[in-house]
Design a protein around this ligand. Structure first.
Ligand SMILES: [Zn+2]
Length: 466
């Protein structure tokens, strides 16, 4: 007997469904008739079949390649596009307000899933506390991997800054601001402490290290060696003062974030070492980062090293565009330093990333999205991918790889069964009503999103206005 095709709505679990409401594991699910873009780099398959059993993909391809089991629950996806659930490799989820976790975390998690994002990498908050919060938020959320922030000793102490008019200004330790948010940076005093830092990161539940500031190339190398010895990836800001991007890549770091940070390649070691306070950093970027300096030999040498070593670049273009747009809207007769910085960083970051693409650097799509503040000011993965197409000139399929297959590789071994639709991979799927390969903005046309075999409607997912 041939089982009838079920309307999709019969299978969907609401995003607001209570904890534990799951589609029964057996029988298998057969998603029929969609155009399948599986994220492996292969061309799209029309009129495809994807079989899912117990939250895992068991077959994906043509009707001939994937015979539908007699007992399968059939889902009609004719006229739709099926792709892997999206991965944002750079978010910050945990924010403490008045000593408590900001309640917008839960709304934000639901909203991310509703937008088709089934996995995120938190690039530094507080891994153990974040784990507790995510676990208690229920199943209508992306899978969350957390990185451990690491910085050098000066990040944890007060700083002196000589102002332009010759005065000395004292700054509170930068780590204090982070701790007020409830974040938990670890301090590396000397390179020999690297194994201890890695053990602390593991104990907190982190899956990798995110290097932040005040680390030299020997310290970066020691952290990379200690982390890689236990299978942990190491990422970091593009330059960690004084270590440059070229030094980070040479030390074996797995990825660098923020394309605008390659401005550090234009400076010598002494300048990189002395530019710790934020106003110095803003000034040097505002003065040095231009569309022209993005092609300077030192920047190109760093990009070539990234390409040669397979080091990822996560450019974070949308967050830079949001900042530049705000700065441009101010229209002051004499732009402020933060505005000059935002405009310079935006232009420079795009130009650097275009060079990176031309030189074969691997990209991953991370946004610097925050689960905090006005929703309109939060960087979004769909917008990052729009910029990959519009500003970098990538084909939509190429842009999508940076938020699927390559994003999973960027996260590391813990994400080895994510990012593509293939036998043995987790059934993290996104069904769209319009073709994202023709127009990347069609990523917003979400029909349903599935995490590990559980499909959910995006209805009710838009957070209420703040
Ligand atoms: Zn960030």
């Amino acid at each position: 007997m041939r089982l009838p095709l079920l309307p999709l709505t019969a299978l969907l679990v609401g995003l607001t469904a209570p904890l534990g409401s799951q589609v029964p594991a057996a029988p298998p699910l057969a998603i029929l008739g969609a155009t399948l873009w599986d994220g492996t780099g292969a061309p799209a398959v029309p009129d495809a079949v994807v079989l899912v059993q117990d939250g895992t993909v068991t077959c994906a391809g043509t009707r001939r390649a994937c015979p539908v089991p007699r007992n399968a629950t059939r889902v009609d996806a004719t006229g739709r596009w099926l792709l892997p659930g999206l991965i944002d490799t750079h978010v910050h989820l945990l924010f403490r307000v008045g000593g408590r976790t900001d309640p917008s975390l839960r709304t934000d998690l639901r909203d991310l899933l509703a937008r088709g994002i089934t996995t995120v990498r938190d690039m530094g908050t507080n891994p153990s506390r974040l784990r507790e919060e995510v676990d208690s938020a229920g199943p209508a959320a992306p899978r969350v991997f957390a990185m451990q922030l690491v910085a050098g000793i000066r990040f944890f102490g007060p700083e002196r800054e000589r102002t332009e008019d010759g005065f000395i200004r004292m700054h509170a330790p930068q780590a204090n601001g982070m701790r007020q948010l409830g974040w938990f940076p670890l301090m590396l005093t000397t390179a020999s402490e690297a194994p201890e830092v890695v053990q602390k990161a593991i104990a907190g539940g982190a899956i990798g290290l995110k290097l932040y500031q005040d680390l030299d190339s020997a310290q970066v190398a020691a952290l990379v060696q200690a982390a890689h010895a236990v299978g942990m990836p190491v990422w970091g800001h593009a330059w960690v003062q004084p270590a440059s991007v070229l030094e980070q890549a040479t030390a074996g770091q797995d990825g660098v974030v923020h394309a605008a940070g390659l401005v550090g390649e234009l400076l010598d070691h002494y300048a990189r070492d002395s530019l710790r306070t934020s106003s110095y950093l803003l000034r040097i970027t505002a003065d040095s980062a231009t569309g022209t300096s993005a092609h300077a030999p030192a920047v190109l040498a760093a990009l070539d090293t990234l390409a040669a070593r397979g080091t990822f670049l996560e450019p974070t273009l949308h967050v830079a565009e949001l900042s530049a747009r705000r700065a441009g809207a101010h229209r002051r007769p004499v732009p402020t330093l933060p505005d000059r910085y935002a405009l310079a960083a935006g232009t420079f970051g795009v130009a650097v990333t275009r060079e990176a693409v031309a030189r074969g650097v691997r990209l991953t799509a991370g946004t610097d999205h925050t689960a905090y503040g006005p929703p309109s000011e939060r960087a979004m993965l769909t917008e990052e991918l729009r910029l990959f197409v519009d500003s970098l000139g990538l084909a939509p399929a190429r842009a999508l790889l940076a938020a699927t297959r390559d994003a999973a590789i960027a996260i590391g071994p813990v994400a080895k069964d994510l990012g593509t639709i293939a036998p043995g991979k987790r059934a993290d799927l996104l069904l769209l009503r319009a073709d994202p390969l023709a127009d990347i903005t069609n990523l917003t046309q979400v029909e349903w999103v599935m995490r590990e075999g559980v499909p959910r409607s995006p209805r009710d997912a838009v957070p209420p206005p703040p």
